[in-house]
Design a protein around this ligand. Structure first.
Ligand code: CAA
Length: 482
């Protein structure tokens, strides 16, 4: 089928972005909103986004005018009679979606494909409510839609042969890569991403590290484009909350139950960028640089990161009576601390990537030693992230369960390793997919880290996936690719 005219129903952040994507690819777009006010907001989204591209020299004024000229806005669904495809991007309320699809089924010509951009609701339930279940499909874009290069194409058991391929081909015309998936809550990306974001909120609530520390650790240490709180603000805390509710309903996995902190922020109307305030406020005061003091240090145990050398090169000398004793490790350090004559001086040090130093303070670490450790890390050219002395500190505690979930997803037969990797790279801008990350981290390291997390938090889902455990037991260091 040749898709030339497309309807987009709902012009919030996602719908407006989707309309822009189609118009940029040369298709005509009819955007529908409930009332004139919502329509004006939708128009504003597209105008701002294309203006920004024009300002950056990515579009000429003429191209921008052409894109805007291809988009017609209306408050009447009846205007969608002749379109070839409709994408629905209204809020995640199943009853509202079902009633909209019944309406679209009545209005649109019989061959029109009806697609939902739902993040997690069952596409099958929407399809089954129409008289054309074979031509109802999921077409899931990622925020910001004009930038993220993935579309999850969600087929159901009743999708007609050929429709998935047609929609995947259309995604290609839009400059996106399609990953074809079945109808399970969260599909690939949200099923892996949302528990990680939720867990970050749990760590914040537990006081394991600060908002900025956690964001810095994941962005600078792991190389993700955004930390979890900046990303939650981008996605919208209400949207993330709704997706988690749906995930929890399907899985009953308590890691999918939205964290109380998220509920509180959503209830308070702090929804992230869309409301101007979420985890981050509109105007954050600039961070005050901490004042450095004269510091002496010692390294307890093997200096796996060569920090002693770096610090000596910067003029610092190891001392017998140091302000801070650094212990390089990826495990809690309290056992080491209590063996020292002065446990208050010990700080655990875990270097993540080549930019971040996680600094674990125990229940006994003194504020002076913790500060001295932060100062030393800055001297060594690393961003310090202070955290509590808990299994996995920040990065491993967030990364390893996500990798474990990816292994479980693959092992369940839901998606291939290549599709899971591509989905996370293109949908979330990750520098590598989970199987690629497992490859360079090493399976045994991740398995052992998960065991430590499980032992500490007693969270069933942190227990290593049986497939991961078996591969390590068999002495395999990487996931075998077929
Ligand atoms: N609309 C249009 N274009 C945008 C944009 C927006 N809202 N935000 C950024 N861009 C464009 C910029 O114009 C720029 O384009 P050029 O390179 O062509 O000039 C490009 O994106 C990079 O932008 P910036 O330099 O301003 O910022 P950045 O390098 O920090 O990138 C980002 C911003 C693309 C958002 C990046 O941080 C990123 O990839 N973040 C991860 C986003 C993510 O994970 N999205 C998925 C969320 S999950 C989801 O959406 C599913 C769901 O159902 C909940």
């Amino acid at each position: 089928m040749a898709f030339e005219t497309v309807g987009v129903v709902g012009l919030g952040t996602m719908g407006a972005g989707i309309a822009e994507v189609f118009a940029r690819a040369g298709l005509r777009v009819i955007g529908v909103e409930a009332d004139a006010e919502a329509l004006a907001r939708g128009r504003g989204h597209v105008e701002r986004s294309t203006a920004r591209a024009a300002d950056r020299g990515k579009l000429t004024a003429g191209q921008r005018a052409e894109i805007l000229g291809r988009i017609t806005l209306t408050t009447s669904r009846e205007d969608l009679r002749e379109v070839d495809l409709v994408i629905e991007a209204i809020p995640e309320v199943l009853d509202h979606k079902v009633s909209l699809f019944q309406d679209l089924d009545r209005i649109c010509k019989p061959e029109t494909v009806l697609a939902t951009n739902t993040s997690s609701l069952p596409v099958t339930a929407v399809a089954a409510a129409t008289g054309r279940p074979g031509r109802v499909i999921g077409m899931h874009f990622f925020n910001p839609a004009p930038v993220m290069r993935l579309v999850e194409v969600v087929s159901t058991v009743v999708t007609a042969p050929g429709v998935t391929a047609e929609i995947s081909e259309l995604a290609g015309r839009l400059g996106k890569t399609a990953v074809s998936v079945g109808d399970r809550a969260g599909f690939v990306v949200n099923r892996l991403l949302l528990p990680y974001l939720n867990h970050a909120a749990v760590l914040l609530e537990l006081g394991i590290a600060t908002r900025d520390g956690i964001d810095d650790a994941m962005r600078l240490g792991v190389g993700l484009p955004m930390g979890p709180f900046a990303l939650l603000d981008l996605i919208g805390l209400d949207t993330a909350y709704e997706v988690m509710e749906v995930l929890f309903d399907e899985t009953r996995d308590r890691r999918h139950a939205p964290s109380p902190l998220l509920r509180e922020l959503v209830t308070a109307g702090l929804l992230g960028r869309k409301s101007g305030h979420g985890f981050y406020g509109p105007q954050e005061p600039p961070k005050e640089p901490e004042k450095s003091t004269v510091i002496t240090f010692a390294i307890d145990g093997p200096d796996v990161h060569g920090l002693g050398e770096r610090l000596r090169a910067a003029g610092f000398r190891p001392s017998d009576d140091p302000d801070t004793v650094l212990h390089c490790t990826d495990r809690p350090v309290i056992e080491h601390a209590v063996r020292l004559s002065d446990p208050a001086r010990l700080v655990g040090l875990h270097v993540v990537g080549d930019k971040v130093a996680e600094l674990a303070g125990t229940a006994l670490t003194s504020p002076r030693a913790a500060k001295a450790a932060r100062d030393l890390m800055r001297v060594a050219g690393l961003t310090p992230v202070s955290c509590k002395d808990r299994a996995g500190f920040v990065t491993d505690a967030l990364l390893f369960p996500y990798l474990n979930d990816a292994v479980r997803m693959y092992d369940s037969g839901y998606a291939s390793m290549a599709d899971i990797d591509a989905a996370m790279r293109l949908g979330c801008g990750y520098p590598a997919g989970p199987f690629e990350m497992l490859g360079y981290l090493g399976l045994a390291k991740v398995r052992d880290g998960l065991r430590a997390l499980y032992a500490e938090y007693r969270e069933p889902a942190f227990a290593p996936a049986p497939l991961l455990d078996q591969l390590v037991t068999a002495g395999v260091s990487e996931f075998p690719r077929s």
